[in-house]
Design a protein around this ligand. Structure first.
Ligand code: ADP
Length: 485
């Protein structure tokens, strides 16, 4: 840091009105593996967001007039640019978010695939012709873009969850302002570089960063912004819902989760253990669809738990840039304290720590937690009711299918649920009964470009990806035409 308290690191620019702007009042970005600042990004104040919205509005008519195929061609080229710069983007993603490099590479690949999916979907904003009831009339349903979109992304999948918003908005014919999380703005800058590289018309895509509340307020209160699409906490989702009231602003919200894992006695035990590890520990447990609580049939409980502990103890913890690391740091010190509090609470409630349970001290710096397994955790423990967002697995036994389904659904969240079973009839019963937007049977990595993703109950409104992902940025109009019989 210099005498003015500024860090001597590279400060990246925001992308506004088709230009890279001189960075001001930077946000500093911390590598969670070291706790040290390594870069920064300029910010905008509320007037800057208002200007960006006005520029987006100006860009809208020409952008929406392009055919879906033409917009799709831009998206295919953005996908190619993202793939080309992929290795550098993955490295930056790991540095600002902490996730193991292989997972960052996976996130880039998933984002490229999302872009290609929406590039093709751009041509499929189908309407329909509806048979008339009254002679001398014709009815057509047509789709049109909602207008200028504000996209607010979180830090846990900073690239994928930005692309999942930006790509369908652009495909549908909507200009978009992207606001990344302050912890992870660098990946968004690299996405902006890929977009700039293909020469998208100015104002069609813009990158804003800065104080979340201020940017959020402008998006909510400025009538140019017709829709906000958001991934983040349920609490901020509620604030957006309140703020959207006066203008009845459209919202898509992907909020918190509290995914249960149900391991039935007929499951393939190895598959169930490996699947649980993946569902829990991917992204160091910091995923909204992360397994938060594991219920295991009492018949196989001891066997499952001992295998889970053995495999958890093998997980390699460290900086995401180091070879073979499977568990990186948490995003910040608060996240680590939150996880340690939940572990302590589970212990107080009667659970037993079978492995982990403490700050990982092999590294003298950064925000690492030992991967933790807790057994016999009662339903009253906080980790069985609240989001954990850390590599902590609480396990509890169950006896009956009905009982475990009721436990799985006993939450205000409804984003994802996992089950391991080889019983086909049970699979269908679970599909009917589990209250979750994504239900995984013998699977732990469900998200894919062509299927809808989103939550029931307080996990959100609307869906991303799939055909639904494009629908989210389209209005439906009924065209009623009187014709001579
Ligand atoms: P997380 O748990 O991922 O930090 P948040 O909901 O706090 O979840 O943040 C998700 C995104 O929402 C981030 O980009 C953050 O800056 C932004 N955000 C936080 N508060 C607000 C707000 N009041 N209005 C708009 N965006 C917000």
């Amino acid at each position: 840091m210099d005498e003015q308290g500024q860090h001597s690191v590279e400060i990246r620019s925001l992308y506004l009105g088709g230009q890279w702007v001189e960075p001001r009042d930077p946000i500093y970005v911390i590598d969670p593996a070291t706790g040290k600042v390594f870069a920064g990004v300029g910010t905008v104040r509320r007037e800057g967001v208002a200007r960006a919205l006005a520029d987006a509005q100006e860009a809208w008519p020409a952008w929406r007039r392009l055919t879906g195929k033409q917009r799709g061609e831009y998206l295919f080229r953005i996908a190619d640019a993202l793939a080309h710069y992929g290795p550098a983007i993955a490295r930056t993603l790991t540095m600002e978010n902490g996730k193991p490099l292989a997972q960052s590479e996976g996130e880039v690949a998933m984002s490229v695939d999302n872009l290609r999916w929406f590039a093709a979907e751009a041509q499929r904003a189908y309407g329909r012709i509806v048979p008339n009831q009254v002679p001398g009339k014709r009815h057509v349903v047509v789709r049109s873009p909602v207008g200028v979109v504000g996209a607010i992304a979180p830090w846990n999948f900073p690239l994928a969850l930005a692309v999942r918003k930006v790509a369908p908005a652009l495909a549908a014919g909507c200009p978009v302002l992207l606001k990344p999380a302050s912890a992870t703005p660098l990946t968004a800058v690299m996405l902006a570089e890929a977009i700039d590289h293909v020469g998208l018309p100015p104002g069609v895509f813009q990158l804003v960063a800065g104080r979340a509340k201020e940017i959020g307020a402008e998006l909510l209160e400025n009538p140019i912004c017709r829709k906000i699409t958001f991934t983040g906490s349920t609490e901020v989702g509620r604030q957006l819902i309140r703020g959207a009231g006066p203008q009845v602003k459209k919202l898509s919200l992907e909020l918190g989760g509290h995914a249960p894992v149900l391991v039935f006695g007929d499951a393939d035990l190895d598959q169930a253990v490996e699947g649980t590890l993946m569902a829990k520990f991917r992204n160091t447990g910091q995923s909204c669809i992360a397994a938060n609580r594991v219920y295991v049939d009492r018949l196989i409980y001891d066997k499952f738990v001992s295998r889970l502990v053995a495999r958890t103890e093998e997980l390699k913890v460290g900086s995401g840039l180091d070879d073979g690391v499977e568990i990186g740091p948490l995003i910040d010190e608060d996240a680590l304290s939150h996880a340690l509090e939940q572990i302590e609470d589970a212990k107080q409630a009667g659970g037993t720590i079978l492995c982990g349970g403490c700050r990982w001290v092999e590294s003298k710096e950064g925000f690492f937690l030992e991967p933790t397994v807790l057994a016999d955790v009662p339903p009253t423990a906080r980790c069985m009711r609240e989001e954990t967002f850390a590599p902590v697995v609480p396990v509890a036994p169950f006896e009956e299918e009905d009982e475990v389904i009721a436990a799985a659904n006993a939450t205000d969240y409804g984003l994802a649920a996992y089950a391991f079973t080889r019983d086909l009839s049970r699979t269908w019963r679970l599909a009917d009964a589990l209250e979750a937007g994504t239900i995984c049977i013998n699977d732990s990595v469900p998200a894919t470009s062509q299927c809808p993703f989103g939550g029931l109950k307080q996990s959100g409104w609307g869906r991303e990806l799939g055909t639904e992902g494009l629908d989210a940025f389209l209005e439906t109009k009924h065209l009623s035409i009187g014709v001579e019989a």
